[in-house]
Structure formats: C-alpha cells, structure tokens
Design a protein around this ligand. Structure first.
Ligand code: ADP
Ligand code: GN1
Ligand code: MG
Length: 364
C-alpha cells in the first residue's frame, strides 16, 4: 500500500484523494480506482501497477500506448467523435513522465476513468456483444493508417500459436516442475493432437496472404467500456498488447471469451459451448466497421481463428499450470487447469459447429 500512496502522490491529479480501492478482473496488471475531490467536483482515476514480469520494457510499452492514444484522439476528432471518451486519456506524472517508478522498483501509470462507463465479464445479451464487436472493429479501422513499424513488440510471438507450442508448452510439459502433468493428460493430449494446425495462420503471413495490421490482440469483452445508460460501446481499453498482428487474432480472441455459453473458468463443462447467436452478433458488429478492409483470405479464416485462439488459450493456461501459476492471476490452486479444460471444451464445441460458424460468416 505504501508504494501505491507514493505513486498516487506523484501523478498530476486534480484535488484531494478521498478513496482508493482495487478494481476489475484483469489477469495481468493490478488496477485501482482512486477518487479525488476538487471543490464540488469529483473525479475518478484508474491507477495501475504494471506487471513488469510480463512487460519487461515499461518505457517502450508506455511509448506505444501514448503514441496509439494520441493518434486515436486525432482520428476521433476528425470523425466528429468525443476524443475524451472514445479513447484512454493518460495522466502524466508531476515530472511529466508517462509512468512513475516507485522506490521499490515497481511501475505505476494512471488515466482518467472513462466517464459514466462500465465493463462486463459476461455479455448480457447478443446486442451487447455485437456492440463490443463494433468497438474492436472500429479500433482496427481507426488505426488502419497508423505506422505499424513504429510500435514496439511488447510480447514477442504473442499469438504465434506454433511458437508457443514448441517453445513454451512442450518445455513446460517436459520439465513438469510441479509434477502436475499426470493429472491433466486429457488436456495435454487434446493440445498435442491438434499441434499440426497451429501454424496455419503464421504460414499464411509468410506466404503474404494475410497482412499484418495494427491490432489490439487482447479483445476480451472486459477490455471494452460501455455507456452506463445506453449500454452502447464507448471505448477500447487495455492497450498493452497493441502490436502488429492479424485482424483474425482480434476476432478469434473476442469470440473465445465472449461467445462461450459459460464463464471461461466454469468447471461444469456441460455448460460450456459456442453460442452461435453471439458469434453471429459479434461478427456483424466487427465486420460492419472493418469488413471492407479485410481480404478474402482473412474472411475465409474468421471461423477458424475463433477455434485457433481458443486452442491457444487452452494451451497458455495449461502451460502456466504446469509452470506453477507464474503468469496469470489465479484465485485457487487449480484455476489455470480449470480454465484450460474450459477452453478445451469450447474448442471441441466449435469443432462440432464449424460448418455453421462458416455459414454465418458467409451470410454476413
Ligand atoms: P488488465 O491488463 O489487468 O486486464 P485493464 O487495463 O484491462 O487491466 O483494466 C482492468 C479493468 O479496470 C477493466 O476491465 C475495467 O473494468 C477497468 N478499467 C480500466 N481502465 C479503465 C478506464 N479508463 N475507465 C474505466 N474503467 C477502467
Ligand atoms: C490476459 O490482461 P487481460 O486479463 O485482459 C492476457 C490475454 C488472455 C487473457 C485470458 C498480456 O488478458 O492474452 O487472453 O488474460 N493478457 C496478456 O483471460 O497476456
Ligand atoms: Mg484487461
């Protein structure tokens, strides 16, 4: 808490601090809401301790987010939108820096709480999920002319499923440092049996059939803020993984999180499956904003990308379980294994419904 107080006192906030509490359900950073009072005016700020184990170069990370948000502000202004609400608004430190380094070595950053907004861990209906598709499709469209080469790759090979299999999953399985592999043979076999399909998208990049674009890469529903009253999407947040990537990564990752009939850590696997109504709704929203820019190869792999990203997450959760839960925040001992099995069940459901998913994409 001392480091948090130290960080708070080093940002250029207006007014007096009245409360601060932990917030949100992200798996990576530690997020707080700090309320300040300036005369009659109350202002909420989001303050985050950046996970330096995951993001090794905070300087380059914060340069990315400042560059991307200032570019977005310009585009939003030109489109006649509200630049203060439709993208993140970062607050600099009293010294004018993009983040603060505490005396204990931890890194903090701060931004304005998006006014009158709320985020969701579960889409309440298809319209809400469609709206998140609009948000991510719009995000991609608005960054269409952003210079991708100027972005630092915050996590290398982030969605290179094949690379993760060979360089993270297989070594974790071989080392088995916590002696956990024997208890999760079902998921291990499921992943190994599908390893020959993991290189399909990266091979298409090599063959110049899939273009690299500036993508978000972490398109969970709770990375979109919605208007409290209208429940329309307002703003895409969590910009740490904005990097050159594929439109398909953003599409697929959003589906695997939001079009699951259950939460992504539901233990009852009979409740887990692909919600085709939500799949269609998201695809409609996403493509209404960026569909015109996608080539045929991208369109042909939309349904596949949902399956691949689900397989990838099953593998990432299982890798972390085998490594002793060092990456994702967990709430109990087998949390990562539960998540890995959940994503396995979802991928299996997608395999069963793949032709329907493909038909839905074609119909849009
Ligand atoms: P993580 O990387 O850990 O997922 P996020 O940046 O996604 O961290 O933030 C965690 C949660 O905090 C979000 O899901 C959202 O509910 C809330 N949040 C983050 N930024 C804002 C913001 N600018 N305004 C309002 N809420 C926010
Ligand atoms: C992490 O930070 P958060 O909770 O939005 C992870 C994503 C995973 C997701 C799984 C930087 O996202 O890649 O898809 O958990 N982010 C990072 O829930 O690894
Ligand atoms: Mg997040």
């Amino acid at each position: 808490m001392d480091e948090l107080r130290e960080a708070l006192s080093n940002f250029a906030f207006d007014g007096e601090l009245i409360s601060v509490k932990e917030f949100g359900s992200g798996h990576i950073n530690k997020t707080y809401i700090a309320k300040y009072k300036d005369g009659e005016k109350e202002q909420k700020y989001v303050v985050q301790k950046v996970n330096n184990g995951v993001f090794k170069d905070v300087d380059k990370l914060m340069k990315n987010v400042f560059d991307v948000t200032s570019y977005l502000r310009k585009v939003i202004r030109e489109e006649g939108g509200d630049e203060n609400r439709e993208t993140l608004h970062y607050i600099k430190t009293l010294d004018g820096d993009k983040y603060y380094r505490c005396s204990d070595g931890s890194f903090y950053r701060a931004y304005v709480f998006v006014k009158d907004s709320v985020s969701f861990d579960f889409a309440e209906n298809a319209d809400m999920f469609k709206s998140s598709g609009i948000a991510f499709g719009r995000f991609q469209r608005r960054l269409g002319d952003f210079d991708a080469d100027s972005l630092h790759e915050t996590i290398e090979n982030f969605h290179n499923t094949k690379w993760r299999y060979e360089n993270e999953f297989l070594p974790a399985l071989t080392l088995d440092v916590k002696d956990r592999a024997s208890g999760c043979k079902d998921v291990v076999d499921f992943i190994i049996e599908r390893s020959d399909k993991m290189g399909i998208l990266v091979d298409l990049i090599e063959e110049n059939k899939l273009p690299l674009r500036v993508t978000h890469n972490d398109t969970k529903l709770n990375n979109v803020m919605f208007d409290e009253q209208t429940l329309e999407c307002v703003c895409v947040i969590d910009l740490d993984t904005v990097m050159p990537g594929l439109a398909l990564y953003d599409f697929g990752d959003a589906i695997r999180f939001g079009a699951n009939t259950a939460a992504d850590d539901e233990k009852d696997l009979s409740a887990v499956g692909i919600n085709l109504e939500y799949f269609k709704a998201f695809a409609e929203g996403f493509l209404s904003e960026c569909g015109d820019t996608l080539n045929q190869c991208e369109k042909d792999h939309l349904a596949f990308s949902a399956w691949l990203l689900t397989l990838e997450l099953s593998m990432r959760f299982l890798t972390d379980y085998l490594n002793g839960d060092v990456y994702f925040k967990t709430n109990y001992l087998e949390h990562n294994l539960v998540r890995a099995r959940n994503q396995m069940a979802l991928a299996l459901s997608m395999e069963e419904h793949m032709s329907e998913m493909e038909e839905i994409v074609k119909s849009i």
